[in-house]
Design a protein around this ligand. Sequence first.
Ligand code: NAD
Ligand code: DAU
Length: 329
Amino acid sequence: MRLLVCGGAGFIGSNFVRQRVGEHGDEVVVLDKLTYAGRPENLRDVEHVFVHGAIEDPAAVADALEHGVEAVVNFAAETHVDRSISGPEAFLRTQMDGTYVLLEAARERGLRYVQVSTDEVYGSIEEGSFTEASPLNPSSPYSATKTGADLLVTSYVHTYAVNASICRGSNAYGPRQYPEKLIPLMILNALHGDPLPVYGDGLQVRNWLYVEDFARGIGHVLQHGQAGAVYNVGGPDEATNLDVVRRIIALTGATEDLIEHVTDRPGHDRRYSLASDKIRALGWQAQVRFDQGLEHTVAWYRENTWWWEPIRSGEYRAYYERQYGRALG
Ligand code: NAD
Ligand code: DAU
């Protein structure tokens, strides 16, 4: 297939591009604004055409589509909940304006469209798991703007018959994830002997999904998903944040006294959990259990200092100081 992958220089998008080119022989055009989270080096070993631009810019989208594609897969988003709390504006621009511009392009050209979305649109659940029919109940500016984008996609299916599907993934982890997110942050801090900042009591639960499994699920929906359908893509294992941090301590050889309970995130969702029966019926299943994926992820960060050293010495230091009120070690 010939694909336009928006946000393909980020964590999950770059894994998806690597899979599609390497395993399916697809030709891929990547459109990416290269925010702090977008890194061309994520794709340095993958053949692709790169267009530098924002999804909310119709001229940049038109440029990218000049290359002639059959489908658009949209990963591009502002993705960090804490940043959405301190500065929501960019989230509105990218999630809402950007998704609108891409949908207009798909409508005009009759392109297949896949929106990459999140379990956070359903809000928090104490027991059981969300299905695709569960009500939408987002808590943060991040999840509210992801929900808005999903609703826009659905409206384009119903009103303009755009051939679009939505994938809602649970918490992804693995190589090349920016270290503002729990797992890479804890791995790098543990390797450096820095404090491990756990929000509140640390008993919040997340449903962990290895990034390659998520990327494969999105490819599966691209090829086999129905127009207008939503597919949950949930991980095989749930864990509390404290449990995740303790496993990382064991894998890195750090010590438990590095754990520091810090002020909780405002509006913090307690638990996410997805039922993924619908995508399983399409033939997808998660392959990587959390123990195995976490071990591999820790090993990847240990071995690939070239990837994270420039991050820890750049903008991230200032972000870390603002977020945690202390300097990075
Ligand atoms: P990321 O932050 O690592 O990467 C986002 C990418 O989008 C970056 O390359 C960035 O430069 C690009 N981007 C941001 N704004 C843009 C814009 N306006 N125009 C063009 N490019 C832009 O994110 P990720 O973790 O890889 O997430 C990818 C997608 O998957 C997002 O839509 C996110 O909501 C969704 N998702 C993420 C997770 C997770 O656990 N990380 C889980 C479920 C869903
Ligand atoms: O659930 C899918 C979502 O997962 C994606 O849509 C988001 O893009 C992605 O960022 C992620 O959101 P979370 O808020 O769940 O992930 P984060 O890594 O920020 O936090 C995971 C949990 O760890 C959460 O309960 C908050 C907690 N946490 C996080 C950080 C960064 C801490 O306790 N300490 C921290 O320093």
